[in-house]
Design a protein around this ligand. Structure first.
Ligand code: ATP
Ligand code: MG
Length: 421
């Protein structure tokens, strides 16, 4: 679990800002659900024989009333619970998004943390392939917004439960034939959740998995049509995809379209976003049956990729840094900063760390001003103040250009401090 310090958090805020603006353009509305949910919600929702439920959940008993609770390992189950609990679908489908911390007790390593953050989108109540495609287009637009390149889209279709059943028998038969090559986990899951074996991270099992019967070969016309419709929309929008017949995803709730966005630039944790359709989850969680589709991205991994690819992100800097030669000028200077900030100027000032230093020398204040990255120093010298003015000195364009601005005319001062030079 990580502390996110100011040197990093401005990048987080930048990302969150991009996401909010994008979601608004696609008309997705924000939903915020609790971080703690009843354990049964996840066991029921995600499936008992999944990595998350078997070994990754932070579950505990509430000492005060004996309730079994879990720190959310993902947010889809919570969003569906909230949707059902508040009858959100009574007047039609809903497009929703969330951001926040998730918790999984995994072995910590690069790109894998015990508290990590997801941003996710969910569209509930829509059955058409166009929503699956919209979801993918939305994520793809986000990568473009963030300046990410080399993000590959992999897609598959998991079909419907009856189709999976037929495939399951064939898969079990195949795996039984190769039982000597199965690792312990696979052997344990052979009869409870064989599909999950295809999601193994064990390199020694890759060849076995590659030779396994493909689910796509068991899909009926309707499922294939849905899959083809998604692909046609992606093609028309110029979003490249790769069909990966072994893509199964980590939770049991998916059907039809599943997808992941992967990169080879983050080492072994290369999946930055995953999602798919989950038409049976709403009913499973106690709602009236309703189709749904969604994805979640890993914020830490996306930000690492942003750093890696150095898109045009830059840390925010103040417009102005106040240089206040004498303590006597403080009250007036601070009242002016207050006014400037209310007009949208980002203004910072130096405060000495030790006592009895006054405001510190002009030289040290200018050094601080420089280090802050501010574009202008705003100098509250006694002479200028006596004339009802301050000095605006450019710090960034190398000219050291300066001008006196009247304090009577706030609009001009604001304009000077926000000018791009
Ligand atoms: P993985 O195969 O890497 O374990 P997953 O299938 O468990 O991923 P999802 O549950 O689909 O992951 O979560 C969506 C995204 O959240 C992942 O693609 C990844 O970017 C991110 N994510 C998942 N688990 C972690 C974690 N422990 N630390 C950081 N990011 C994570
Ligand atoms: Mg996982």
């Amino acid at each position: 679990m990580n502390d996110i310090l100011p040197s990093e958090s401005s990048r987080w805020e930048w990302l969150e800002g991009k996401v909010r603006a994008l979601m608004a353009r696609y008309a997705y509305r924000n939903i915020r659900t609790p971080i703690v949910e009843p354990t049964a919600l996840f066991v029921r929702g995600l499936g008992e024989v999944t990595d998350i439920v078997e070994k990754e959940m932070y579950s505990f008993e509430d000492r005060l009333n004996g309730e079994q609770l879990t720190l959310r390992p993902e947010c889809t189950a919570g969003v569906v619970r909230a949707t059902v609990e508040h009858s959100l679908l009574y007047d039609g489908g809903k497009r929703l998004y969330y951001m926040g911390p998730m918790f999984r007790h995994e072995r910590p390593q690069r790109g894998r943390y015990r508290q990590f953050h997801q941003i996710g989108a969910e569209a509930l109540g829509f059955h058409g392939a166009e929503i699956d495609a919209e979801m993918i287009l939305l994520a793809d637009a986000l990568w473009k917004e963030l300046g990410l390149k080399d993000v590959q889209l992999e897609i598959n279709s998991l079909g419907q439960p009856d189709e999976r059943k037929k495939h399951r028998s064939a898969l079990i038969a195949y795996l039984e034939q190769h039982s000597a090559d199965l690792d312990e986990e696979a052997r344990r899951r052979l009869y409870t959740n064989p599909l999950r074996i295809l999601d193994t991270k064990n390199p020694a099992m890759q060849a076995l998995v590659e030779g396994a019967p493909r689910l796509i070969d068991y899909l009926g016309a309707e499922s294939l049509e849905h899959f083809n419709a998604v692909k046609a929309i992606l093609d028309a929008s110029g979003v490249a995809w790769r069909f990966n017949p072994r893509l199964v995803r980590g939770m049991d709730y998916y059907n039809l379209t599943v997808f992941e966005f992967v990169t080879d630039q983050l080492g072994s944790q290369g999946t930055i976003c995953g999602g798919g359709r989950y038409d049976y989850l709403v009913e499973q969680i106690g709602g009236k049956p309703a189709p749904a589709v969604g994805w979640a991205l890993g914020v830490e991994r996306v930000l690492e990729l942003v750093k890696e690819q150095g898109s045009d992100w830059s840390a925010p800097v103040p417009d102005a840094f106040a240089v206040i030669p004498d303590v006597a000028a403080l009250p007036l200077a601070m009242s002016i900063l207050q006014t400037l900030r209310s007009h949208g100027v980002s203004a910072q000032m130096h405060s000495p760390m030790g006592s009895g230093e006054g405001m510190g020398s002009m030289k040290s204040q200018f050094k601080k001003a420089d280090a802050s990255g501010a574009r202008f120093a705003l100098v509250f010298g006694a002479d200028e103040l006596a004339r009802g003015c301050v000095l605006v000195k450019s710090l960034r364009d190398g000219t050291g250009q300066q001008s006196e601005q009247s304090l009577q005319n706030v609009a001009d001062l604001v304009a000077a401090l926000q000018s791009k030079s």
